[in-house]
Ligand binder design. Structure first.
Ligand SMILES: C[S@@+](CC[C@H](N)C(=O)[O-])C[C@H]1O[C@@H](n2cnc3c(N)ncnc32)[C@H](O)[C@@H]1O
Length: 235
């Protein structure tokens, strides 16, 4: 992959913030376009390197909300080889990357997004970077009997999914991610893995415990220096 030239610190200090901010945005946008081009150039089944993922995260410029590197690596490993459709709860950089890796093998990605502004940003990026076979669904949260969750377009979605990336919705107060299995559990093939981010964050262990008790899923925790996520395998 091409390397970008470093700007020395003493030169950076010469520029006021009004110039620095647009310059930074332009540099990140350039970097992102290059990284997306490198991603699009991978062979079907080829997994992006950690360096490529770092550049994509830097260029996407949504640190704190995007998938951390160790979790991202697990996502791309699976997205590059999964045979059936992929479901994503909570869109963003992962939608673009998973979409490319799956789409070049003719596998569909379906991503649910509840936030209208964020939906537009991700949709723009999907179009600008020509990401194939992604269905980004505007799916506002709705009330179910005892929780809130996305309102997915069930009649349009595939009968069965083979991989789930579960990184939303962020609203913990009304059930958070719990709704995935009650609402869409019957669309997940036996053996489907749900990649569940932030597994040790407040509220998330309770979701995993309820799923285990109610749906008999098995849960394997992965904890690294920067992130905890779970591999949840469906029966
Ligand atoms: C953790 S994010 C999903 C991130 C995605 N998997 C990625 O790697 O970019 C979950 C939800 O947070 C919301 N979100 C993302 N970025 C945000 C931001 N900068 N500020 C507020 N909400 C954000 C979106 O509604 C998104 O569906």
């Amino acid at each position: 992959m091409r390397r970008l030239p470093e700007i020395p610190r003493r030169i950076k200090r010469l520029f006021p913030a009004q110039i620095k901010r647009p310059a930074r945005a332009a540099l990140l946008s350039y970097m992102f376009r290059q990284a997306m081009r490198d991603l699009a150039g991978l062979q079907p089944g080829e997994v992006p390197s950690r360096e490529m993922l770092k550049k994509l995260r830097l260029g996407w410029d949504n640190l704190g909300w995007d998938a951390k590197l160790d979790y991202f690596e697990e996502i791309v490993k699976r997205a590059a080889t999964t045979e059936g459709p992929i479901l994503e709860c909570g869109s963003g950089l992962t939608t673009l990357v998973v979409g490319h890796l799956a789409g070049k093998r003719k596998v569909e990605t379906w991503s649910l997004e509840h936030n209208a502004d964020w939906y537009r940003r991700v949709l723009n990026a999907i179009e600008r970077h020509h990401v194939p076979k992604v269905n980004l669904c505007s799916a506002p949260l709705r009330e179910y009997d005892e929780f809130n969750w996305y309102n997915p377009p069930l009649d349009k979605m595939p009968e069965k999914f083979s991989l789930v990336i579960c990184d939303g919705p962020p609203d913990l107060a009304h059930g958070g991610r719990y709704g995935l299995l009650p609402v869409l559990g019957n669309r997940l093939k036996p053996g489907t893995v749900i990649l569940f981010d932030d597994a040790k964050e407040p509220g998330q262990p309770e979701v995993l415990q309820r799923w285990t008790a109610e749906s008999g899923v098995s849960v394997e925790l992965r904890t690294t220096e920067e992130v905890s996520f779970a591999l949840v395998t469906c029966r």
